[in-house]
Design a protein around this ligand. Structure first.
Ligand SMILES: [Zn+2]
Length: 524
C-alpha cells in the first residue's frame, strides 16, 4: 500500500474555535504561508462568505498567497434538506471562493439526519450525492467530511456506508471520517476504518478527522492510518474547540520518523518546531513547553548524574534527534549543577571556559539561588550570567537611571509613569512613558529610548509575567521573584529578577530580556 499520508490543516477553521483566540485577515494569510512553508498538502481556509472578514480573506488569499506545496481549500456543507443545489447559498459561496478544491461537511449518522435535520435517510443520502455532483460539475475537487461518522457507524452502519457511497459514486476524491464529538478510542477507530477501507478503499482516499476529548486524537489518527487512511486532518499545536483537534505537530513526526509514512516533502520536517512557534505566536497562544517534539522542554535534560551520561551518548536519552524536527537539546542548569553540566552548557553556547571560570559560575549560581533566583526556569538569564563570567559585557545600552511614579487621584484611576535615562554609545536618551502598571510603563519607556538604535525591538514582546513571593512569612517584606517570558516570533526566552522590591525585580528581568533579545537578533 502507498505510504504517502496527506496532511490537511484545519487551523484556519477548527483552530480558531478556541476560546479567546481570534485572527485578523493578515494573521490568517501569515498562517497559511507558514503551513505552506512546512509543506502540508491542504490548507483549509474556513467558510467563505460566513462574514465580511472571511470574504476579504478569500479574496486576498486568491490574490496574495503564492503557495508552492499546498492546495488552498474552501469549506462548506452539503445543500439543505429539500433544497436545490443551484439555489443553495452555501454551495454558491464555495464556488465564489474560487479555490480548485472544496471540502464539504455531510451528515453521515442516521441520528443526525433524522433528529438534527428532521429528514429521511433517502434525503440525507441525496443531499450528499447532489452536492458532490454539483461541485464536480463546476470542476472542483471535492473532499467530504463525514460528520459524526464513528458514532453513526456504531448505531447504523448501513446508512453510514450509504453516505460514503453517495459521495464516492459522484466523484468525491476523499471521504474523511470524523470523530466529531471526540469520544472514540483507538481500537474502535482502527476497526471501523478497516471496514470502510475494505468497502470503498479502492475507489477513494480515506481521511480521518479527530477531536481530543478522550486525549486520544493523535492515537486515533494513527490508528486510522494503520487501518488504511491516507489523509489526516488536524491543526498545528492541536488548537481546536473544547479539548482541541488532533495535533499535527505530534502526528506528522510520529508517522514519518517512527514509521515509514511520508507526510511532508523532503527537508521539511526540520521546519516543524519553528512553524509551530510562529503560528502560536501569530495567534498569541504560547506553545505548551511540554508539547511533544516542538515544546521547549521536549528535549530538556536536568542536571545530575544523568547529564554526564548524556554527554557521552546523547541518543541514549532522546527518543529521536531533536534536530530532526528543528528543536534542540537543552541542558537545564541549577545550583545542583556539577562542573560537567556547566562545561557542557558552555560548549553549547560556544563559550571558552577554563576551570576557574567554571568554578566561578558554580559559586555564582549557588549564591544567587540562595537569594531566590531559579535558573532552571530562566535559561536566558543563565546564558547572560555565563557570558559575563567568561568576560563578556553587553554594550547595547547603559542605564543612567530609572524612575516610576504611580498616582492615585480621587477623580481618575491609578496612573503610572516611568522615566528612563539611558546611553547608547555617546548618545543620551531620556524617555517618559505611561503604562497600565509599573512594568508596562518601564517596558515602554526603555523601548522608546533605544528603539531607534535597535529597530529589532519592534519584533520583541513580552508573553508572560509571573510573580512569586518567596519566604511568604515576611508578608510585604518578603522577596519577590519575577519571571519574564518574551519572544521575537522565532525564539522564546525567559529571564529572572529577584529583589525585596517588586519593581526592581521586574526591572532586572526586563533589562536582561531586552539584552538577550538584542544579542540574538537575526543578522540584518
Ligand atoms: Zn472538527
Amino acid at each position: 500500500m502507498d505510504n504517502r499520508v496527506e496532511i490537511f490543516d484545519t487551523t484556519l477553521r477548527d483552530g480558531l474555535q478556541v476560546e479567546g483566540v481570534s485572527a485578523t485577515v493578515e494573521d490568517k494569510l501569515r498562517i497559511a504561508e507558514q503551513l505552506d512553508y512546512l509543506g502540508v498538502q491542504f490548507i483549509e481556509g474556513g467558510w467563505p462568505g460566513a462574514n465580511p472578514k472571511d470574504i476579504e480573506f478569500f479574496a486576498r488569499a486568491a490574490r496574495e498567497l503564492d503557495l508552492t506545496t499546498a492546495t488552498f481549500v474552501a469549506f462548506g456543507s452539503t445543500r439543505r434538506p429539500r433544497g436545490k443545489v443551484d439555489e443553495d447559498p452555501t454551495l454558491q459561496n464555495l464556488l465564489d471562493a474560487g479555490t480548485s478544491a472544496v471540502c464539504i461537511v455531510a451528515k453521515s449518522s442516521q441520528y443526525h439526519v433524522t433528529e438534527a435535520l428532521q429528514t429521511t435517510l433517502d434525503e440525507g443520502a441525496a443531499m450528499i450525492a447532489d452536492s458532490v455532483e454539483f461541485l464536480r460539475g463546476h470542476d472542483r475537487q471535492v473532499l467530504v467530511d463525514m460528520e459524526h461518522f464513528f458514532d453513526g457507524f456504531k448505531e447504523n452502519p448501513e446508512f453510514s456506508f450509504r453516505a460514503l457511497e453517495a459521495a464516492v459514486l459522484k466523484g468525491a476524491t476523499h471521504v474523511v471520517l470524523c470523530d466529531t464529538n471526540g469520544g472514540s478510542l483507538p481500537h474502535e477507530v482502527e476497526e471501523i476504518v478497516g471496514q470502510v477501507n475494505a468497502h470503498v478503499g479502492g475507489d477513494v482516499t480515506i481521511g480521518i478527522h479527530c477531536h481530543d476529548d478522550t486525549g486520544c486524537a493523535v492515537a486515533n489518527s494513527m490508528a486510522a492510518v494503520r487501518a488504511g487512511a491516507r489523509h489526516v486532518q488536524g491543526t498545528l499545536n492541536g488548537l481546536g474547540e473544547r479539548t482541541g483537534n488532533a495535533n499535527l505537530t505530534s502526528i506528522i513526526p510520529n508517522l514519518q520518523l517512527k514509521q515509514d509514512y511520508v507526510c511532508l516533502p523532503e527537508g521539511r520536517m526540520e521546519r516543524l518546531t519553528i512553524v509551530s512557534h510562529r503560528i502560536a505566536e501569530t495567534l498569541n497562544r504560547a506553545v505548551n513547553p511540554q508539547a511533544p517534539y516542538v515544546g521547549s522542554s521536549a528535549f530538556a535534560h536536568k542536571a545530575g548524574l544523568h547529564v554526564s551520561a548524556i554527554v557521552r551518548a546523547k541518543d541514549a536519552y532522546e527518543h529521536v534527534s531533536p534536530e530532526s524536527v528543528g528543536n534542540t537539546t537543552r541542558f537545564v542548569v541549577s545550583e545542583m549543577a556539577g562542573r560537567a553540566t556547566i562545561q557542557m552548557k558552555a560548549d553549547d553556547l560556544g563559550l571558552q571556559m577554563d576551570g576557574a571560570v567554571v568554578n566561578q559560575v558554580i559559586d555564582d549560581l549557588k549564591r544567587l539561588e540562595h537569594e531566590g533566583y531559579h535558573f532552571e526556569a530562566a535559561d536566558a538569564s543563565l546564558e547572560l550570567l555565563m557570558r559575563r563570567a567568561a568576560g563578556w559585557a553587553h554594550e547595547f545600552f547603559r542605564i543612567e537611571s530609572m524612575r516610576v511614579i504611580t498616582d492615585e487621584l480621587s477623580s481618575s484611576p491609578f496612573t503610572t509613569e516611568a522615566t528612563v535615562k539611558v546611553w547608547v554609545g555617546d548618545e543620551r536618551y531620556v524617555c517618559t512613558s505611561e503604562g497600565n502598571g509599573p512594568v508596562n510603563a518601564i517596558d515602554r519607556a526603555l523601548r522608546a529610548a533605544i528603539q531607534q538604535a535597535y529597530p529589532h525591538l519592534a519584533n520583541i514582546h513580552l508573553t508572560d509575567y509571573k510573580v512569586r513571593i518567596l519566604d511568604g512569612g515576611q508578608a510585604t517584606g518578603a522577596v519577590t521573584r519575577v519571571l519574564l517570558s518574551a519572544t521575537d516570533g522565532e525564539n522564546d526566552w525567559t529571564t529572572i529578577g529577584v529583589s525585596p522590591n517588586i519593581i526592581e525585580a521586574s526591572w532586572r528581568a526586563l533589562e536582561e530580556s531586552v539584552v538577550y533579545g538584542l544579542l540574538h537578533a537575526p543578522a540584518a
